[in-house]
Design a protein around this ligand. Structure first.
Ligand code: BZD
Length: 828
């Protein structure tokens, strides 16, 4: 093996650790050493969990060498550092990622096998770190990996939630939420940095101090204080080139138990403050499309923003005299508006703590921040009641008023904005009980604002940020999302990775766009067969999982038609279910026809308070129960809802799909990233012209993707016309019969009225264009049925998808951010 990790160059003159050997022999010895001295077990006694721990520790040692080197390099070289502030990092398991990126998969597998231990089974025991809801959190995790892989000194900043995203169980068809406890057995990947703790204040008063001969100063005296303590996790880039840091904050009481109260016998009272502090980082809010609105959420947002900024400032002042050049040394990316209060907080720190003038502070702030928007849905846009904001963050509120005054002045003086335009750009929404608009705050406080797909970025300019775009026409730009090919191709689909390596050589592993060399092989019958055989094995693996977890047998020879993502009306799982019901009807009515066998697979979680989304989950399960037990459809149609969708499950599902469902109402899915993972793994897409589907169409070509339905413009038009589903339903017997079956209780005989609301919404309103798009969707599905009968054609299209998806790597996204927004990284 030649993959020895370079020795550390720590620049301090301290002795550097000797290079580590990575042959199976050495690794086996070290794993047993860890087993003995860190876990306290002999190989004979060790259970699988102990092997996981020992293996993780051996890998961790190798990472630490590289980590120290990368951190030292970032510190001493003076290169610009990028800080990614995100309330969510949906990282999933880390062991396989680390082993793969250090190029140690084979030697570790071999080392463990000497003790009869199977690496694949060991990896399965690692808890899945679910510190995020969905796409936004997973994007942050892909970006962290890509920053390390493209050699950008990146720091993730977020929250160390004790309870990540809830565990979903399905009981009698309905979603049940259970607490998630990823830290129950400790977390070997994190390092607590007790010495890195910052005070975070809440509430209290602001007083003006006027000293003779000096300008007035504002002093904030918070009523409450908590400590933010850092926990660091190393993020290993491809081939271990760079190891970056994900720093997550944990809230702790300043005084763990108020000793005075405790000593005077008030044991409960002494714990109240401590509980209040710890509550801040106890739980991840599980709503991905509704603003959470509670005080605790605002506390979380401010807590991690302030801690991160204090940390960045400390780092900066370590190597620089003052903060005037902060924007030359640090870029701070705001992942949606959740950290937007950072704009006001950095202004406070610059002015109140570090003595800068307003104008200079504003310049520094704007040049340092940039902001990514992930949604245009009005119900998801964050705004906080002024009275709450003012009570919790009185100084930041003053600063927001002052920023607002400046922006309004500029708009009136330089662009001649009238009152209605001013109202549109104002940071304060006057019409809604007076609220602070976090989108506007993030926008004006940033030098660059981006959407996450070409279409979404255009819609930002036309809708939510229309007037701010008129005021600052150069600020909005596009950065289409991507996904890391290490996790989503190499690790999730080793069979396909080996096949591609065999066919075109290993260069694509270092530069994923080279996977385009595969394209001509779509015409090679022998290659297509091997490609199909890999897919078949992945489908068998998923079929086994479905058999084991849900006692449902599915045929790997059928089309695996998969929709996995958060459950939301705009994502239209309902449309997919209605199509399944219509198909079921048709198969029963025409058993003599040559039906193409299908397995419709769903997975995803609904926000606990989102009643309609929970109804959709219930319906999917009710429909599955009915169809799967009906001998009339045999193996022609199966419906499966796999519980507890998470990153680890996605890694099994993505490589096993023939057909990827990306069927959101056009204009509403900002980008989507599951669409990219599926297509990279050779699934064909059935989708609307929405989010990044539009760019996927451009890359894979119109023959290799199945687009249907209304465009974003047509959707907007119909909504203006107060469109409803009634007349469409009247004209489409397939749709009408499916809806009648749902509303008459065919799938819920024990509670026939269960879905009345769901169906009557379609008749009266059809806000999500489910009826409007039904016929086009149905027709496109039938074209796909026909295509499946021609396996040569289908597999050729699948190969084209894999070959043409290289552009959707998050390495490409990150290079664009680095070049256009951050001006950081090796090419800066
Ligand atoms: O972000 C998603 C969008 O819906 C996708 O279209 C897009 O691909 C990804 C990445 O850009 N948005 C979210 O996932 N949003 C959340 O998870 C979220 C979480 C908390 C509060 C609000 C939204």
């Amino acid at each position: 093996m030649t993959n020895e990790v370079d020795s550390a160059l720590d620049g301090t003159g301290a002795p550097t650790p000797a290079p580590r050997k990575n042959d199976p022999e050495t690794l086996a010895r070290q794993i047993v050493e860890k087993l003995t001295y860190s876990v306290g077990k002999t190989p004979a006694e060790a259970r699988r969990y102990d092997w996981l721990e020992a293996t993780t520790l051996v890998i961790r040692d190798r990472i630490i060498d590289q980590w120290m080197e990368s951190s030292q390099r970032a510190k001493t070289s003076g290169e610009k550092r990028v800080c990614y502030l995100s309330m969510e990092f949906l990282i999933g398991r880390l062991l396989r990622d680390a082993i793969n990126n250090l190029n140690l998969t084979e030697p570790i597998r071999e080392a463990l096998s000497r003790y009869g231990v199977d690496l694949d089974l060991v990896e399965l025991l690692e808890p899945d770190a679910a510190l995020g809801n969905g796409g936004l959190g997973r994007l942050a995790a892909c970006f962290m990996e890509s920053m390390a892989s493209t050699d950008i000194p990146g720091f993730g900043y977020g929250i160390r939630y004790v309870h990540g995203f809830f565990r979903q169980e399905i009981a009698d068809g309905a979603q049940v939420e259970l607490p998630e406890t990823w830290l129950a057995h400790g977390n070997p990947w994190e390092f607590e940095r007790r010495e890195l703790a910052y005070e975070i204040g809440f509430g209290g008063k602001v007083t003006t101090i006027q000293e003779p001969g000096r300008p007035a100063r504002q002093v904030w005296r918070p009523a409450e204080r908590v400590l933010a303590v850092a926990y660091d996790t190393p993020i290993v880039g491809w081939r271990g080139r760079r190891v970056n840091t994900l720093r997550l904050w944990s809230a702790q009481p300043l005084d763990p138990i108020l000793l005075d109260a405790f000593n005077s016998g008030d044991h409960i009272g002494a714990l109240v403050e401590s509980n209040k502090a710890e509550a801040i980082t106890r739980i991840l809010y599980p709503a991905d499309s509704h603003q959470a609105g509670q005080e605790l959420r605002l506390r979380q947002e401010y807590f991690f923003s302030s801690a991160s900024l204090q940390d960045i400032i400390r780092r900066h002042l370590h190597a620089n005299e003052n903060l005037s050049n902060l924007a030359d040394k640090f870029s701070i990316q705001l992942n949606d508006t959740h950290p937007a209060v950072s704009v006001a907080e950095l202004m406070r720190l610059l002015i109140d703590v570090h003595g800068h003038e307003w104008a200079e502070a504003w310049e520094i702030t704007r040049n340092t921040f940039s902001y990514t928007n992930h949604t245009l849905l009005p119900e998801a846009l964050e705004h906080w009641p002024i009275h709450l904001f003012e009570r919790l963050l009185p100084r930041q509120m003053q600063i927001i008023y002052a920023i607002n005054a400046g922006v309004i002045r500029e708009a009136a003086q330089e662009k001649g904005f009238d009152d209605s335009k001013i109202a549109a750009i104002s940071l304060i929404d006057e019409g809604n009980g007076r609220r602070v608009r976090m989108g506007q705050l993030a926008f004006v406080g940033s030098h660059a604002v981006n959407g996450v797909s070409a279409l979404h970025t255009e819609l930002m300019k036309e809708t939510v940020f229309h007037h701010l775009h008129l005021l600052y026409p150069d600020r909005i730009e596009n950065k289409t999302n991507g996904v890391t090919p290490r996790r989503w191709l190499m690790q999730a689909n080793p069979g396909l990775t080996d096949l591609v390596t065999d066919a075109i050589g290993p260069a694509f592993l270092d530069d994923i766009e080279k996977i385009a060399d595969l394209d001509p092989l779509a015409d090679d019958a022998a290659f297509r067969e091997r490609f199909a055989a890999v897919k078949r094995r992945n489908k068998e693996q998923l079929a086994n999982l479905i058999g084991e977890r849900m006692a449902t047998q599915v045929d790997p020879g059928a089309i695996f038609d998969i929709q996995v993502k958060r459950i939301h009306e705009y994502k239209r799982q309902f449309l997919n279910i209605i199509e399944a019901i219509a198909l079921y009807d048709q198969i029963r009515s025409h058993p003599e026809r040559d039906w193409t066998p299908r397995v419709k697979i769903f997975a995803g979680k609904a926000a606990p308070s989102y009643a309609q989304a929970k109804q959709i989950i219930h319906l999917a399960n009710d429909v599955a129960r009915t169809i799967n037990s009906d001998p009339a459809v045999r193996d022609l149609l199966k419906v499966v809802f796999i519980p507890n969708y998470n990153v680890s499950l996605a890694e099994i599902i993505m490589p096993a799909a023939d057909l990827s469902e990306q069927i959101s109402t056009a204009g509403l899915e900002a980008s989507g990233t599951g669409n990219m993972k599926f297509a990279m793994n050779g699934a064909l897409t059935i989708g609307t012209l929405d989010g990044a589907n539009v760019e996927m169409l451009e890359h894979v070509g119109e023959d290799n993707i199945f687009i249907f339905g209304l465009t974003a413009e047509e959707v907007a038009q119909r909504r203006r016309e107060a469109h409803s589903g009634r007349s469409i339903i009247a004209e489409l017997p397939l749709l009408r019969e499916a809806l009648d079956a749902i509303s008459s209780g065919v799938f819920s005989p024990e509670d026939p009225a269960r879905y009345h609301d769901l169906v009557s919404n379609l008749y009266n309103n059809d806000w999500w264009m489910t009826c409007a798009d039904f016929q086009a969707y149905w027709d496109t599905q039938r074209r796909l049925d026909a295509l499946w009968q021609d396996q040569d054609e289908w597999q050729a299209k699948a190969v084209h998808n894999t070959a043409r998806m290289g552009w959707f790597s998050s390495d490409r996204s990150i290079r664009e951010y680095a070049r256009d927004i951050w001006k950081a990284g090796p090419d800066a």
